[in-house]
Each structure stands twice: as C-alpha cells, then as structure tokens.
Design a protein around this ligand. Structure first.
Ligand code: GLY
Ligand code: MN
Ligand code: MN
Length: 447
C-alpha cells in the first residue's frame, strides 16, 4: 500500500490539459534521482514538482520514475488531418524484494535497507496511470513519432523550456484538491506558530534559542505527520534584516523582535509560507510598532488590490506605495513619493528589496517558469494562491536610518486565495494586527 493516496481524478485533468498543449509530441517527465549526501548516504528524495503535479504522487515517490506521454493517433477519418491524444505510462523501477540480490546488497534500493516499496500494481491503482517496469522504457522509445513531432523532456539536468513553462502555467490555478491541501498546510502551520509562541518565555536569552525555535516548529509539524516546506527562517533582533536567515544560531533577547518565516508541507508536497514578527517580551516597543504599522498597512492595501481582473504586479505596486509613503513619514526616505515610484527612482527599495508576492503551491516559489507576461503582468483569476509579504529591514549599520530604527526587521506574510469576487486570507487565523499579536501571546503564556 502507498503511504499516501493521491487524488487521481485531479491529476488526470492536469495530464489532459498538458496533452492538449503538445498534441503530437512525446513528453517525458522525470521524477529525478537520489542525490548523494556523502558516500553511501543520500538526501531524502523529493520528486520534481512537475512530476508530482501530473501524477499526484507526493512524499518520496519515486526515484528514477518517468512519466511518459506517448502520442497516439485517435482517428484519421476522411480528412487528411491526423488527430492525436496521449497514452500516459509511468515507468518505475520495480521493488527489490527477497527474490532479488539487491534486497540485501543495495543500500539505495534493497528493501532490507530502505523498507518495503509499493508494487507496480499498487502504483497503478493509486495513480490511475498505466505502470510498466523501467526496463521497458528503452523499447518504448524506439517507437517512431510523427516526423514533425518533438520529444520534450523535463529532467534535473536539462529541460525543454516550452514544456517546463506549460507545466508551470498549469499550476497557476489551483484545483479544489490543491486548495484543500494548502488550507491543511496553513492550519498545521498555525499550530506550529502557536507552539513557538508558547516556547518563547523558556527560550529567551538561551544560547542558540533561534535553533530551538526552529526545533519547536519542526517538532509540531512532525508530530502531526508532516514536514516543513523550506528551511525555517528564525531571525531575532538584527538577524531579521537578513531576508533568508536560515543559520538560526542567534539568541532571543527580551526587547527585540522575532521574525519567524516557516511553513508546513503536507505529504502531497503542498506547503504554506507564513511570516509573523513577534515581540519577544510580549509587547512591541514604540519604535518597533511604528515600523510594524507601516508594513501591516502595506499588506492590507495589497490585499485589497488582490481580486480577479487586477494584475499580479499591481498587488506589489499597491504595497510599495504604502512602504514608500511610510518611509517618507518616518523621515527616512528623503525624496518625494513621485520620484521614489518613478521608473528611475526606487530609493525606498533599499529597505524592501524583494517582491511582495509569489505564487505558492508544490514549490514555495511556485510557477517560477511562467513568463513575466503571465506571471507579474498576468491577470488574477479565481483559484490562484500567492503570498502577500511586505517588509521593512533596517540594517544595524545603515547610516541613512535614525538610530532608533537600526536593527529592526519586520515582515508580515500571508497566503492568499483569489476567489470569484475578491480574495481570502488563508492564514488570517494567525494574529497579525499588533494588538491581536500581543493579546494572543499573553493568552498562550497564561494558559
Ligand atoms: N520563505 C521565503 C519566502 O517568503 O519567499
Ligand atoms: Mn514567501
Ligand atoms: Mn516566507
């Protein structure tokens, strides 16, 4: 039995949509191979996201597997034009059970070493895709395809750009099952954030307390049978001004802020991506609060812009306007709003140099292979899921910033679903208004 049951009706629709894009081409999507960590020890396997999306297989299924779309002529009627469809086959290396020498000998594939693997019949039953042993792939590739047709490949080493792009486009709109997975991931992440808040009083001033917070979040995820979707960013004090602080070696000091950017990943590999910036003492200081309010205003303004018909890029523009104005109001940005927002301006970007949003799904930065015209300049449609995550980051040695703001880093990140008439904040249950953050922390500390 597979540990994880994919929703085969949804992945069947995805394959059908991809098939229509390349009617007479042969498509091969490689899951990828195990990667050596050192000597005979591998990293845990994670399939290519295009493979996971088109098969519905998650977890660590399945090293070496290939999903092939073989073009087949459906009917040639009286017209000269050929009609094509695809026959999909999953080529999988069969299990190395007791009937094989590898059972004992192969640390990578032998079941004595890695545990029992599902049979090919089991893969077929759970994915709804025809499954053949990998050894038959060579023979299948000898079959001729149309003279004008191409063999397009997605693999770790090289990929067909058009196929990669088409697979990423398919993922721009999430289906019902994907949305459910993301909702589950967000809910599990909320539980992790709650445990982190509970742990703060015990961890304050402890060596490597950032690492301990990483552990608290991961422990909650694992205790529910899940994992984390990316390296957790646990950034206290000045570390919060480093966008991807994943070393997590610092100490939680009372009076400073803790920026936690973390997300739970489900068996299906769908992940949340959420950030909260919390006062380690339980209360924001006057200056921290000033910065927090600007970031929150930027997030709320961006959220209002997130609705069908608006472009993805306009959500970022809405946030940037508030960030620039906020910096002017703090006396930090010394140019006019018009100049900052003009083509050659961007002076405010010194303090927020990342985008406000990215699509979210199987990859934390999902759909990355979609062209700008359809990503940043693309129009928002129901079923899209993306983050809204403005921030402000004042480095401790930034002499353009008044002393009281130096060393403050704040980001607020939520996961947003575009609906028919607006957007739903999937992570709204994790407090983000400063008063709510403070009362939430107090309640958890007193319970
Ligand atoms: N966790 C990385 C990001 O927010 O994009
Ligand atoms: Mn993000
Ligand atoms: Mn994040």
């Amino acid at each position: 039995m597979l540990d994880f049951i994919p929703e085969k009706q949804f992945s069947a629709i995805r394959r059908k949509n991809l098939s229509k894009r390349f009617p007479h081409d042969r498509l091969m999507i490689f899951a990828g191979d195990l990667k050596v960590r050192a000597n005979d020890t591998d990293y845990k396997f994670r399939p290519h996201s295009a493979f996971a999306h088109l098969t519905g297989l998650g977890m660590d299924y399945e090293p070496g597997a290939v999903l092939m779309f073989e073009p087949v002529v459906v009917h040639e009627k009286s017209s000269k034009k050929k009609m094509y469809t695809h026959l999909c086959t999953l080529y999988i290396e069969p299990m190395k059970d007791r009937t094989t020498d590898e059972f004992y000998k192969s640390t990578r594939y032998g079941e004595f070493w890695i545990g029992k693997k599902p049979s090919l019949a089991m893969f077929e039953a759970t994915t709804g895709i025809r499954v053949l042993p990998k050894s038959e792939l060579k023979e299948a590739l000898k079959k001729k395809i149309d003279i004008l047709a191409k063999t397009r490949i997605i693999s770790e080493s090289s990929s067909d750009k058009k196929l990669l792009e088409a697979c990423a486009q398919l993922r721009l709109i999430k289906d019902r099952w994907e949305i459910q997975q993301l909702e589950n991931a967000v809910e599990a992440t909320r539980e992790g954030f709650e445990d982190v808040v509970r742990s703060i009083p015990k961890l304050r001033e402890q060596p490597r307390s950032e690492k301990a917070v990483e552990g608290v979040f991961a422990a909650k995820a694992l205790s529910k049978g899940n994992g984390v979707g990316y390296e957790s960013i646990v950034a206290s004090g000045e570390h919060a001004t480093t966008l991807h602080w994943i070393r997590n070696t610092g100490i939680l000091h009372t009076g400073e802020l803790l920026l936690l950017d973390a997300g739970v990943e489900m068996d299906s590999l769908y992940t949340a991506d959420i950030t909260r910036t919390l006062p380690i003492s339980g209360e924001f200081s006057f200056w921290q609060r000033k910065v927090y309010d600007i970031v929150l205003d930027a997030a709320n303004t961006a959220f209002r812009q997130a609705k069908p018909g608006n472009t993805f890029g306009s959500v970022h523009d809405a946030a940037m306007l508030v960030i620039a104005q906020g910096l002017i109001d703090l006396g930090i940005l010394k140019v006019s709003l018009e100049e900052a927002l003009s083509e050659n301006g961007g002076q405010h970007r010194r303090w927020m140099c990342h985008g406000t949003s990215h699509h979210l799904g199987l990859d934390v930065h999902d759909c990355a292979d979609v062209r700008k015209a359809e990503y940043v300049d693309g129009v928002l449609k129901p079923g899209m899921v993306f983050t809204i995550e403005p921030g402000l980051y004042f480095k401790h040695d930034d002499m353009l910033v008044p002393r009281e703001f130096r060393g403050i880093g704040i980001r607020i990140e939520d996961d947003i679903l575009i609906t028919d008439d607006g957007a739903r904040n999937l992570s709204a249950e994790i407090p983000r208004n400063p008063e709510h953050v403070e009362s939430w922390m107090k309640t958890l500390w007193n319970s």
